[in-house]
Ligand binder design. Structure first.
Ligand SMILES: Nc1ncnc2c1ncn2[C@@H]1O[C@H](COP(=O)(O)OP(=O)(O)O)[C@@H](O)[C@H]1O
Ligand SMILES: [Mg+2]
Length: 295
């Protein structure tokens, strides 16, 4: 809606895990490098945790794009399933032909055959489980069977599990000790710092623009965005998207802290947390004067 007005080709703050918009904070860069190393060197099992909206899915999509045709990837997003359904989802992702109602043993043997055939032609097989915090102990044990597939030198299935922080508690279950011992790479994604958040916003605007974005954010606006979002990319996107809409409706190319405050207050119905949790006194109370300086 506001795209033309700000000289943008597409919406810069869409909340989709689009790898084209991947912005490398120091920790996102480190996580991506470690993941790529783990997968390409067939080390086996990597785990990434982080709060909702911290960038786990976006990171994985970027990894998958980088791997390109070197890898066959099964991407499982729906983890509220039985362990048999989980294996079926993986087999379906790999486009493995199956009998109508395969049992677990059949599924495992079909997946094994597929994995070995890919290994024979030099392709890496990757299983990505997103929203891993919804998996039960049984399903984790099933996944462990996949990590058992190995040649003399390599793990044949690269397993990447992503999940919210509570996943760490599930993984502490004694039955999962053998699985935990196989983790070769673990990272917890932290929210962005203020500087990262500022660069993130500028980066996404430039990526989405038709040359140069015709919009500026004042420093106070950036501070207000950071204070509200606490550096969580998903929330930064929501605030910025709304701020551009408010800015457009006010016919201004300068997004200042008043616009941010207005856009945040308009977002309230989207949230079910308590107001006290979301706003600090400084956000609703007395405001620092915004001198309109631009970044
Ligand atoms: N490194 C990043 N670069 C660009 N955008 C990001 C990045 N991390 C997160 N995002 C944005 O934030 C949104 C939420 O990230 P997502 O990967 O879905 O988080 P999670 O999977 O941890 O809940 C994404 O839709 C994406 O637009
Ligand atoms: Mg996600």
């Amino acid at each position: 809606m506001y795209e033309n007005y700000y000289n943008l080709a597409i919406g810069p703050f869409n909340n989709t895990p689009n790898s084209r918009f991947f912005f490398e904070t120091e920790q996102h860069r480190e996580a991506l490098a470690k993941l790529e190393y783990t997968v390409r060197n067939r080390r086996g099992f990597a785990l990434i945790t982080g709060e909702i909206g911290s960038g786990k899915t976006t990171l994985t999509r970027t990894l998958i794009r980088r791997l390109g045709s070197d890898a066959r990837v099964a991407l499982v997003n729906n983890t509220r399933v039985s362990s048999q359904q989980l294996l079926k989802l993986i087999a379906t992702e790999f486009q493995i032909e199956m009998p109508p109602d395969p049992d677990k043993a059949t599924l495992l043997s079909l997946i094994k055959k597929f994995v070995e055939s890919q290994h024979a032609i030099g392709r890496t097989v990757v299983v990505v489980i997103d929203e891993g915090q919804c998996l039960s102990i049984d399903e984790f044990e099933e996944l462990r069977l996949l990590t058992n597939l190995e040649s003399e030198t390599d793990k044949l299935v690269q397993l990447l599990i992503l999940g919210q922080p509570e996943l760490r508690a599930t993984l502490k279950h004694p039955r999962l000790k053998p699985l935990i011992q196989r983790i070769v790479m673990y990272m917890h994604l932290q929210p962005m710092t203020f500087d990262d958040t500022t660069r993130y916003i500028a980066y996404r605007l430039v990526r989405a623009s038709k040359g140069r974005p015709n919009v500026d954010f004042s420093r106070e606006a950036l501070q207000a965005i950071f204070e509200y979002s606490q550096g969580v990319p998903r929330v930064v996107n929501l605030v910025c998207d709304n701020a551009l809409l408010v800015g457009y409706s006010c016919s201004t190319h300068l997004i200042d802290s008043a616009i941010i405050r207005r856009s945040i207050s308009q977002m309230l119905p989207n949230f079910d947390g308590s107001l006290d949790d979301m706003f600090t006194e400084s956000m609703l109370g007395e405001q620092e004067p915004d001198d309109g300086r631009r970044i």
